[in-house]
Structure formats: structure tokens, C-alpha cells
Design a protein. Sequence first.
Length: 268
Amino acid sequence: MPEKDPVQEAERLVAEANKRGIILRLLGGIAFRLRCPSTLKESLKRNYVDIDFIGTRKQRKEIQNLFTEGGYAPRTTFNTMQGFRRLIFNDIANERRVDIFLNEFEMCHKFDFTDRLKLDTLTLPLADLLLTKLQVYEITEREYRDVIAMFTDHDLGASDDPNHINVKYIAKLCGDDWGLWRTITLNLERISSALPNYVPSSDVQATVKSKIDSLWKTLETEPKSFRWKVRARVGEKVKWYELPEADREVVDSRPHNERIIEKSSTSK
């Protein structure tokens, strides 16, 4: 059955997936918690409720079996209609929701992570984790804390080794997509300005700001594609991002008789 602690449960699920030969990688807040020690600092600490994964579309059936056998209830209607791109399961007892993206991560912007899933055995690479936060147009406290923790703990680099953020990879994506470039540069401005609210130490503030400035410079100097230049002419006159629809966190969509059976057995 699912562990009560979401971080422990996330690690358990990845370990079980690896045993079964299933590619399942963490993203979201728990991925940052496992890759960035600074998430434990009081000023950057936050609660973790949901667990987010990404896997492969061709292993959809194996992923579904992993969760149903592990005590999770599927979001039946959603999984039937949207299961080619995303699955949702619920841990009813712990009031926890699990999202599993398949190949592509799509929120305010869309990323195809198919070729990135085998670069690590626990989470997406650091650069991809950072992208999933910086792509949020209506950025929240969660994104501020996670991004600052990553810049605090990891240096910039040009490869996907476990301890460096591959800024060349990020720059290449932004050099081909004006919309992504605009959202990321906008969020880098926001985070840089908000640093004193999250980082008490002036030395750490300076370190994080230096990395933000360095990433910004890399984005600016990256050659831009023809597509980027054409879209840049339009600029902010046309919306360049999507806003995901709000959804209920936990929905028990199992048949009514199954819920009655579970309630009856729990009360004994």
C-alpha cells in the first residue's frame, strides 16, 4: 500500500518501476526535494502533497498496472479519454493525487522529453526540472522556492551530469521558440527581484543572482531560428502561453460498489 510520506512513496514507486523495467521519472516539487538539499531550509521549505511522474507512452499498460496493483484508484474517465498523453491516479487514503505524463510535458508550454528519460534513474535531468518550473507563466510560491533551491545547490554547465544544469540545452530550446524564451526570461526577472524574500544570506543571494544572470546571458547569445525571429515580430500582442485548467486534486472515480466494499472492510 502507498506510504504516508509522499517523498518516501515517490522513491518507492520509482524503485518498483525500475525493478519491472518501467521508465518512470519524477518531476515536480518532490523531484526538487530529492535533488536539492536547500529545499530543507526554512525559507525554501514547502509542503508536498501530489506526486508527478513522466513515463513513456509505449509502457502505458505497465504503468497502469504498477499503480492499480499498488493500491491507487485510477481517474477512470480522464484516463480513458486522455491516457495517450497523461494518466491520473489517486491514493484515496492519503488524499494524494499522482499525475503521470507520457513522453510529453504540457502545461503553459510543451516539451517532448522522450529522449531525456534515460539520462537519470530517479528524476528528469536538472535542466528539464528547471524548465518545468520556469515555463509557468503565472508563477507561484512553489516555483520561486524550487528554482531558488536549484540555483543554490547546482552550478551551470554544458552537459547533463547529475550536478550541473545544462544551460546549453535550455538555450537551444529557447533559441527556437520565442514564446518559451519570453516566459523563461520573464520568470528569471521575477525570481531575481524576489530573492531577498526567500534567501536571508546576502552571499547566497549573490550566488543565485550570478547564476540567473549567467543563464540570461546564455539565452541572449544563443543563435535564434527563423521561426523565433518571425514570432518575435508579433511579440506580446498575441498570447504565447497556455493556462492549464484547474482540476480537483483527488477524485475517487471508482465504481460505487467498490467504494462501499472498501469502506466496509476499513470499518471492521
